[in-house]
Design a protein around this ligand. Structure first.
Ligand code: ASP
Ligand code: MG
Length: 255
């Protein structure tokens, strides 16, 4: 059993989504838990929309979300033979987001809790797309809502995972699905409290989600897929000549 995590840069457009599906397929028939971030820049756009709503500009926030979903609708149309179900799900998500943003705009108040409920939609978009794509390609694939397994406390925006609870919930809801050849797709970054409120682990938290699920599943490997070969000495978009680091201690990696 392995965990494969794909980040936003791996989910930038239809071609990248196909690559992700190819990489997941290449590990057939190993049971795979696929953990996904939001599509590139989606989370930033959702934060921007939330901040805009807080100023009272509900229309502006709605328009920003509409633009974001236009990209989602286009990607679904390009990627899927039968995109209808995903398109309908996206429409529901967009409607939910509109409602949340209108609420923020009406009150001109944005709590960390509301922000989490808003920004978590990015990961739900990518899991909907990848699940359907893998299904169309003939894989035995199930989407598991991260909120069913990734239990956290209520420190919204930077929630602390409860590893014992996660272990138990994974054993109950996720582990049994991962039979020979099966794939489970889960949102990274997102979790929920005991009471069912949506939380997030903090920016860039999807890698952490993958590690937590890997631990709870006793996976043999947690693979973090990204658009560079290994961990580089610097961000190659900023520093020319950045090169891969051959070995890295756990502490260095955490840093
Ligand atoms: N989508 C979230 C972010 O942009 C989580 C992640 O990418 O790991 O921070
Ligand atoms: Mg990341």
């Amino acid at each position: 059993m392995i965990v494969m995590k794909f980040g936003g840069s791996s989910l930038a457009d239809a071609a990248r989504f196909r690559q992700v599906a190819d990489l997941v397929a290449a590990n057939d028939p190993t049971p795979r838990c696929v953990v996904l971030s939001a599509m590139g820049r989606t989370t930033d756009a959702l934060f921007d929309a939330a901040r805009r709503a807080e100023t009272g500009d509900g229309d502006g926030a709605s328009a920003a979300v509409a633009e974001l979903f236009a990209r989602g609708y286009a990607t679904a149309g390009e990627l899927l033979q039968e995109p209808e179900a995903v398109l309908a799900e996206f429409a529901r998500m967009q409607h939910d987001l509109d409602t949340l943003l209108r609420g923020v705009a009406l009150l001109r108040e944005r709590t960390a809790r509301t922000t989490d409920a808003i920004v978590a939609h990015g990961e739900r978009m990518s899991t909907a797309l990848v699940t359907e794509l893998l299904r169309e390609r003939g894989h035995a694939v199930t989407h598991v809502d991260a909120r069913r397994v990734l239990r956290t406390d209520d420190r919204f925006g930077a929630a602390n995972p409860s590893r014992p609870a996660i272990r138990e919930l994974v054993a109950q809801h996720l582990r049994p699905l991962l039979v020979h050849g099966a794939i489970v797709v889960v949102e990274g970054y997102v979790g929920s409290t005991d009471a069912g409120a949506t939380t997030t682990l903090g920016r860039g938290g999807s890698d952490w989600s993958a590690a937590l699920l890997g631990e709870a599943l006793a996976a043999t490997e947690v693979q973090i897929w990204t658009d560079v070969e290994g961990v580089l000495t610097a961000d190659p978009r900023v520093v020319a000549g950045a090169r891969p680091i051959a070995t890295l201690s756990a502490n260095e990696a955490a840093e």
